[in-house]
Design a binder for this molecule. Structure first.
Ligand code: ZN
Length: 279
């Protein structure tokens, strides 16, 4: 699943191609993937101009003329393709926006979990999924995030993957950030010290910035665009490295499950910290 750096990479590529273009018409091959009213989506979008594209957490926002915004989420396998108007439509192409430059923007989704919604800019934050989206690692202050975690008894990995608490971190960057910060993924969130929380946020920001610079990670079938792949997967130190030697201590990485997600950690560098029985 694309995380913050991958979505940021897609945003930058789409912004290059789409800024200033107008939408001529919309084809919906699977109306279910429009989370707002699909008829309104098809009726309102023609003649709207794409002014800019921004990102919140793992969401993409297409800012349009007349105060409209398309909110899109790629979920597991969603991809955007910018194709020539005469290119063939494939089996998994669900939404097509025809543009005024002889191209079309195709949203393809093999798993069909992603999609789009149409909102007015003025009510976007109240009415869309953004209303319960937490701040990004880049926005949280260390002390405030530490305070927020004082009420959370979940394992820290589960706590940082909850998008309503902190947005943008998924399985890859959770494993990487926890490894870099020497924190065991199962540590109850409220047992972390301020120093540990600071280190976690600092490492998450550093690793995500690096990932954005490298164009994100290409994992499974995820591609930001045809022919363009991120290089971050070559830099990942812990994620998916089960049984490989830890680059810090040489001990083999272990794999376990935390919050239902496969989790790789080094049992030596990421010491487990259990809750004392009297707490
Ligand atoms: Zn180690």
């Amino acid at each position: 699943m694309p995380e913050l750096p991958e979505v940021e990479t897609v945003r930058a590529l789409l912004a290059q191609k789409l800024t200033g273009k107008s939408i001529l018409s919309v084809e919906l091959f699977r109306a279910k993937n429009i989370v707002t009213d699909p008829e309104e989506f098809q009726r309102v979008l023609p003649k709207k101009k794409i002014l800019s594209i921004s990102r919140r957490g793992k969401y993409l926002l297409f800012h349009l003329s007349e105060d409209y915004v398309i909110l899109a989420h790629l979920r597991m396998e969603g991809k955007f393709f910018y194709k020539e108007e005469n290119a063939k439509i494939g089996k998994f192409d669900l939404i097509v926006l025809h543009l005024d430059d002889g191209h079309k923007l195709v949203y393809q989704d093999v798993r069909k979990f992603g999609g789009m919604g149409l909102y007015k800019q003025s009510s976007l934050l109240q009415e869309s999924a953004l209303s319960h989206l937490g701040k990004e690692p880049f926005e949280w202050k260390d002390e405030d995030f530490y305070e927020a975690l004082q009420k959370v008894k979940l394992p820290i990995k589960e706590a940082i993957m909850d998008q309503s608490r902190i947005s943008g971190i998924g399985n890859i960057y959770a494993d990487e950030s926890l490894f870099a910060a020497h924190i065991h993924p199962r540590t109850p969130a409220d047992l972390l010290t301020l120093e540990e929380v600071s280190s976690l946020l600092e490492n998450a920001r550093r690793i995500m910035k690096e990932a954005i610079a490298l164009g994100g990670s290409t994992v499974h079938s995820y591609q930001s665009e045809e022919g363009i792949n991120g290089a971050m997967q070559n830099e990942l130190l812990a994620y998916d490295h089960k049984n490989a030697p830890c680059p810090k201590c040489g001990y083999p990485f272990r794999k376990t499950v935390v919050g239902g997600r496969g989790t790789t950690y080094c049992p030596i560098c990421q010491k487990s910290k259990a809750r004392p029985f009297f707490l």
